[in-house]
Design a binder for this molecule. Sequence first.
Ligand SMILES: CN(C)CCCNS(=O)(=O)c1cccc(Nc2nc(OCC3CCCCC3)c3[nH]cnc3n2)c1
Length: 278
Amino acid sequence: MPTSLEDFEVLSTIGTGSYGTCKRIRRKKDGKILVWKEMDYGSMSEAEKQMLVSEVNLLRELRHQHIVRYYDRIIDRSKATIYIIMEYCEGGDLATLISKCRRDSIFVEEDFVWKMLIQITLALKECHRRKNGQAVLHRDLKPANIFLDSHKNVKLGDFGLARVLHHETSFAQTYVGTPYYMSPELVNNMSYNEKSDIWALGCMLYELCALRPPFTASNQTDLNRKIRIGEFSRIPKQYSDDLQAVLAKMLRVEVVQRPGIGEILTEPFVSWRRSHLE
Ligand SMILES: CN(C)CCCNS(=O)(=O)c1cccc(Nc2nc(OCC3CCCCC3)c3[nH]cnc3n2)c1
């Protein structure tokens, strides 16, 4: 019996993202709280619909403790809408957490930053693991795509949907928000690669500490220049030199000098902390 909309009760709207609306829902048969993301595919071309189908199929394959779990999808042809049913992350997103810390002038605990580093790196490791030759590069690593569960563990979210939006129909979404986390290789119009996700992770962890991105500017040209130079101030003094050192490696302008997923996980103070976290 395929899943239908009637199997769920809509509880509230969490927010509207670049691709549609996210709602908190309750599954009637067992009361489980989930979310669904409503996407209107009415204005998509056949090619885009095909991309959406393949992205949702990739989502279905990603099973990992630090990746938001995909449950199911419902297609309502009468409304040209697809509902993607996913795990509900009670702790909200990292963007909201950072803006609250900035507003209240409180810094994130160093142990939480290390936990973020380890758990997001493990999630990226799963994504980069080649699935029949198809690497699922995230392409859109940013605080608004990192969610927390009820135990403040990381859940990397909104996979693939970011890629679907990089298609021309989502012109508006592509240019919403400043790409603070753009890597030097992307600024230089080179190809996106696994280490571009490492750069974005470095930017995100830096922002978690400093409550602002490592590179900021009032226009794209100045931002690109700063990213190409790659100079940034140390994270606030209450954070350790160890943490500063790891972030500095992840923010190396030269791709070949930037550590890969494996090197990060074998960094002495990362593996030590990892053993203490698990
Ligand atoms: C843009 N923000 C101001 C949004 C305000 C809303 N706060 S918040 O910090 O996201 C928040 C608050 C409480 C619970 C949750 N849980 C949650 N949210 C998801 O997506 C949020 C959605 C992403 C696209 C943009 C709109 C919001 C999930 N996706 C899969 N599981 C999810 N669990 C999120």
